[in-house]
Every structure is written in structure tokens, then in C-alpha cells.
Write a protein that binds this ligand. Structure first.
Ligand code: MV4
Length: 448
């Protein structure tokens, strides 16, 4: 087993990984930017190495610095967390060349799944349901318009290297197509230096349902149920829950098997997520594969009892999965709420600053993943998420009540947060009824 792991991340996920390592008897190395000298991950790790100035591109995205820190500290492996370099195939290639174990899939799989059009074709080949769309890459609006006609409007134009909403535009009809295509392509060229596009029929009012999978290097693949992540704003998830109120045991079995098929088709190893769009008629379609641990992994840990970070480390060390599919028992209901330092009333403007007073909730079935403390100054350079509150209860109704009680306890002084906004979402009649889809936030913003 690894003796020492370097954590190429910051904030709550870095702390989460340090905890898993410590429980496994593995030493930890934190890396930190000049803005993070006082950060919790820097203080909690066994060792900490400064890797550069505050901006991410100079520190947490600086591959050479992170590789150097790994070699100098004598770490055997790197855990990338999420964001930053976690899905960067170049970085993983660099690790492979330096004989450093990257705790995640190999660079080929990351590259393949990062190319969304290629991932789509892999899934078609494997017999995983995908949204009706183009088979060949599209480079110009004229060709695109012909294919859109065949697919049937409305359509969505997507960047081959996109994901997470960048380089994506809907066209309701043929009149709108050219402008939508050009805008999406320009955005793609700017963001990914690549204007390769593909087109899909636009699915209306779906839910975002993702399946957690685990795969070892012996070809064993299991799924750990779904997370319903339909409550999003500008492609930022706000509330996640598991199980989904929309999924019966039969549908879970069907989608779970499709997720396993998808992971096998990708020759996937480690923890990953298969994203689906789910229509109200129970039709589901593969959308993307995420090749990293995700922000919302705690709700899967709640309902399965499986420590996903420990499993990632074991898999990377060449161990077999600790569980067979039969041993995975989904029990109760979990909800996660993301707490951001921001002002919902000012279009969710980020609100960095010093935390002058702090009380976070606790009690049975309440979990906090956070790296803030009283006196901590949230730097302006990074993501505004400062804590995740997750709860577990026997059923959805009790989980919502527990989350409301937990949110009611939160005291964060010195910076503004979205705590009250999240409380209101949990009280919305449609949320309470489980009537949610990806347009939920847009709808209630209209109501407000
Ligand atoms: C879609 C779609 C509807 N139809 N594809 C959003 C980000 C990227 N993962 C793909 N996305 C979408 N793809 C088809 N064919 C709707 C979205 C989408 C979305 C998906 C999940 C959660 C929130 C969303 C918000 C807007 C659009």
C-alpha cells in the first residue's frame, strides 16, 4: 500500500482525502498556494509544500510544481480531488511518465471520455441508450442545419470537448439554427481551442440523474445507485439527493446496468460517474461520463455505507473491489446542500472575506464537509463553496426535515451565504413533492 499520498487540491475535498488517508495509515502531503498558507488542508496534512502564487494557473493547475512537490516529498501517489487537474489527461500522462500513481483512471480513458462526441459513439457501440443525434463530428453550420432537420427540432448544439454547459446552445427551429451553432462554436473555440461540434435532439424538462460506479483493474464494475442532481443553477449543482424520488427499484436496476455497461465500454478503472438525462416517461439517455470523485459523493456514502475515497485509493493500489454488487445495499435517504459564500439577492455574487463567527450543525445523521473555521479568511481566487451539509434519514420526508433543522442551526458571521436561499428551496412545494427537473431553479426565479 502507498506510504504517502500528495493531495493536489484545496478546501473541503483536500481535508476529506486527508481524513481517509489518516484512517488508512497513509501519510499526507498538502500543496498550497500563497493565498492558502493558513488554509485548513495546509494545516491538517502531515507535510505541506507551497506550489506558487494565488491564481490557480500558477499553483493548483501548475503541473510541473505539483510533480516536483511529489518527488521532493517522496509521495507514491497523487489524489487530484475534483476540479483543477482531476480530469486533465496531460497531467495524468505526466504522472505515468514519472511513475507516480494517479488516483483515478488512466490518461487514455480520461481523454476518451473528455471528448464528449467520442464518448457518445463509444456508448452507441456498447448499446447504452444515447439521445438521438449526429454520428459524425460537425464543423460548419450548413452541414449542421441538414443534420438538425433529420434529428428534428428542438436541437442542442454541443462542443465535442465541452461538458458542464460550455459551448452549448439550443435551437428551437431552423431559423434559430445558424446563430445558435455559430455562438456555440465560437464559445468552444475560445474555451477549448477546438470548434468540433455535435448535435442532439433537445430533451425537454428532464432530470439530471447520475450513477456512481466503482471499477477495479480486474474488470469488476459495480454501481452504487443514483444521485438526483436536477437542482442546478448555471450548471452549478445546489442540492443533490439519493435515491431519486423519480426512480423505482426496477428503473434503478435498468439504469444501474446501463451505467455498468458504459463503464465497461470505456475500460474504466477507479470511481466514476455516468450522467443520464431522465424523461418523465422513464426514458433515459447517457449524457457524459465524469472521470473523477464528485462534490456530491457524500450522499452515496450515506446510503451505501461505502467510503468512496478509500475505495479509490485501494483500487489505485491494485486491490480488488471491497464489495460485490450483491453486497451493495441502498438504505434510507440522503440529501446534500452546498453552502456558498455568495449573495443570492445580488445574482449570487461571490462574497469572500473573514469568518468572524461560526457554528455548524451536528447530531445524528448530519455530516459536515468543510475547511472553514472561525477567523479563516475565504480568498477571492477560488470557488465560493465553503461547506457541504449532508444528512441521512429513513426516508425523503425525514431527510428534508433533518436538513431544514440543520440549516436552521447554521451561524456564519462575516460573510454572506446562500443558507437562507437553500432553506427556502427545501420548503418549496414542488421540491417537497419531489416534482423537480433541471428547470426548477429557473422556474422559481421567475416566481420570485
Ligand atoms: C442536454 C440537455 C437536453 N437535451 N442535452 C448540460 C450540461 C451538459 N452536461 C449537457 N447539458 C444538457 N444537455 C440534450 N440533448 C440539457 C442539458 C442541460 C442540463 C443538464 C443537466 C442539468 C442541468 C442542465 C441545465 C441546462 C441544460
Amino acid at each position: 500500500m502507498f506510504q504517502k499520498i500528495l493531495i493536489a487540491n484545496r478546501g473541503e475535498i483536500a481535508v476529506r482525502i486527508i481524513r481517509a488517508c489518516r484512517e488508512m495509515g497513509i501519510e499526507t502531503v498538502a500543496v498550497y498556494s500563497e493565498a492558502d498558507a493558513e488554509a485548513l488542508h495546509t494545516q491538517l496534512a502531515d507535510e505541506a509544500v507551497c506550489i506558487g502564487p494565488a491564481p490557480s494557473k500558477d499553483s493548483y493547475l501548475n503541473m510541473e510544481q505539483i510533480i516536483s512537490a511529489t518527488i521532493v516529498s517522496g509521495a507514491d501517489a497523487i489524489h487530484p480531488g475534483f476540479g483543477f487537474l482531476s480530469e486533465n489527461s496531460k497531467f495524468v500522462e505526466l504522472c505515468e511518465q514519472c511513475h507516480i500513481t494517479f488516483i483515478g483512471p488512466n490518461s487514455d480513458v480520461i481523454r476518451k471520455m473528455g471528448h464528449k462526441a467520442e464518448a457518445r459513439n463509444t456508448m452507441i457501440q456498447a448499446g447504452v441508450p444515447v439521445i438521438p443525434g449526429s454520428k459524425e463530428p460537425i464543423y460548419d453550420a450548413k452541414t449542421g442545419a441538414k443534420i438538425a432537420e433529420e434529428i428534428g427540432y428542438p436541437v442542442i448544439v454541443k462542443a465535442a470537448l465541452g461538458g458542464g454547459g460550455k459551448g452549448m446552445r439550443v435551437a428551437q427551429n431552423a431559423d434559430e439554427f445558424e446563430a445558435s451553432f455559430q455562438t456555440a462554436q465560437k464559445e468552444a473555440e475560445m474555451a477549448f481551442a477546438d470548434g468540433t461540434m455535435y448535435i442532439e435532439h433537445f430533451v425537454q424538462h428532464p432530470r439530471h440523474i447520475e450513477f456512481q460506479i466503482l471499477a477495479d483493474s480486474y474488470g469488476n464494475v459495480i454501481h452504487l445507485g443514483e444521485r438526483d442532481c436536477s437542482i442546478q443553477r448555471n450548471h452549478q449543482k445546489m442540492i443533490e439527493e439519493s435515491p431519486s424520488a423519480a426512480i423505482s427499484d426496477t428503473l434503478r436496476e435498468k439504469m444501474g446496468q446501463a451505467a455498468i455497461k458504459a463503464a465497461k465500454a470505456a475500460h474504466y478503472v477507479n470511481a466514476g460517474t455516468i450522467e443520464f438525462l431522465l424523461e418523465s416517461n422513464e426514458q433515459f439517455y447517457f449524457m457524459e461520463m465524469n472521470t473523477r470523485i464528485q462534490v456530491e459523493h457524500p450522499i452515496t456514502e450515506w446510503i451505501t455505507g461505502i467510503d468512496l475515497i478509500k475505495e479509490q485509493i485501494r483500487i489505485a493500489d491494485g486491490k480488488r473491489l471491497s464489495y460485490t454488487q450483491d453486497q451493495v445495499k441502498i438504505s434510507g435517504h440522503a440529501i446534500e446542500v452546498r453552502i456558498n459564500a455568495e449573495r443570492p439577492e445580488e445574482n449570487f455574487l461571490p462574497c469572500p472575506g473573514t469568518i468572524t463567527g461560526l457554528h455548524l450543525p451536528g447530531g445524528k445523521g448530519v455530516r459536515i464537509d468543510s475547511a472553514i473555521y472561525s477567523g479563516y479568511t475565504i480568498p477571492p481566487y477560488y470557488d465560493s463553496m465553503i461547506a457541504k451539509i449532508s444528512v441521512w434519514a429513513k426516508n425523503r420526508r425525514e431527510a428534508i426535515q433533518k436538513m431544514q433543522s440543520a440549516l436552521g442551526e447554521v451561524i456564519i458571521e462575516g460573510v454572506d451565504t446562500n443558507v437562507n436561499y437553500q432553506y427556502a428551496l427545501l420548503n418549496h412545494p414542488d421540491f417537497l413533492a419531489g416534482n423537480i427537473d433541471i428547470e426548477f431553479i429557473d422556474r422559481i426565479q421567475q416566481e420570485a
